[in-house]
Design a binder for this molecule. Sequence first.
Ligand code: NAP
Length: 247
Amino acid sequence: MDQLFPTFRADLDPVEAVASDVRTALPIRPWIMVNMVASIDGAIEVDGRSGGLGSPADKAMFHALRQLPDVILAGAGTVRAENYGPVQLDDAAQSRRVARGQQPLPRLAVVSGRAHLDPNAKLFSDPSQRPIVITTSTAATDAVDALRTVADIIVAGNERVDLHDAFAKLRALNMHTVLCEGGPTLNDQLLVDDLVDEWCQTIAPILTGGDASRGAHGPTSGVARNLSLARVIVEDNVVLLRYARES
Ligand SMILES: NC(=O)c1ccc[n+]([C@@H]2O[C@H](COP(=O)([O-])OP(=O)(O)OC[C@H]3O[C@@H](n4cnc5c(N)ncnc54)[C@H](OP(=O)(O)O)[C@@H]3O)[C@@H](O)[C@H]2O)c1
């Protein structure tokens, strides 16, 4: 690979940059990218939410990435902590998606083994954008039935969500690209199952200390996968990295 030099954002439109990347879905599952922000010392939340790590550059990349996928995926912990709502993209972004053969808006999918989501939550507030809830066969029937009124349900796995099965089911629904927005518990499952094709990492220019989680957090340890550095953008002391699987 050619040597990479940091690109200063003044020279780069993040929407164009991420849209020109090559992402090839496998026949059995979508291409899976993860986007996370962390402090210099690796914390992914401040007082329980990621907002304290935000910056204009991070927000621009967050929104640019959201224009790409067929599905935006998040763990139930993230959806609850960040009070997720329906996806919003401006008209130009929706037109670009349609020109690429995609739906105007990505579907939101939430992984919750217990189906532990409030059907009255903001996430479910727009009937024209029914989220997908990915859950298990052992989730409480009452909880699943309540969610069925506001969401489409995918059952994958018994005690835990079987992510390979979940992604195979999304692929069968013609979903080619998934953007996972965390959090660390879900990310760790992706790593354990070797399901990360691309990891976009923003480094916020702050030190936090404390006991905050990091980007992937779970009981297993060891190197899950090597990725290649594909892009470095620097703006206002914020570093935006793209690592991707060699194709
Ligand atoms: N800095 C960042 O970029 C960033 C991004 C995202 C989140 N965050 C932060 O991360 C924190 C939340 O962390 P978290 O680890 O709790 O979040 P998480 O990974 O979003 O959610 C964990 C929950 O997701 C469900 N889940 C994940 N994988 C599963 C599997 N294989 N099978 C069944 N269920 C599965 C479970 O839900 P049920 O309990 O409902 O079964 C589990 O309790 C928040 O503070 C948030 O602000 C930061």
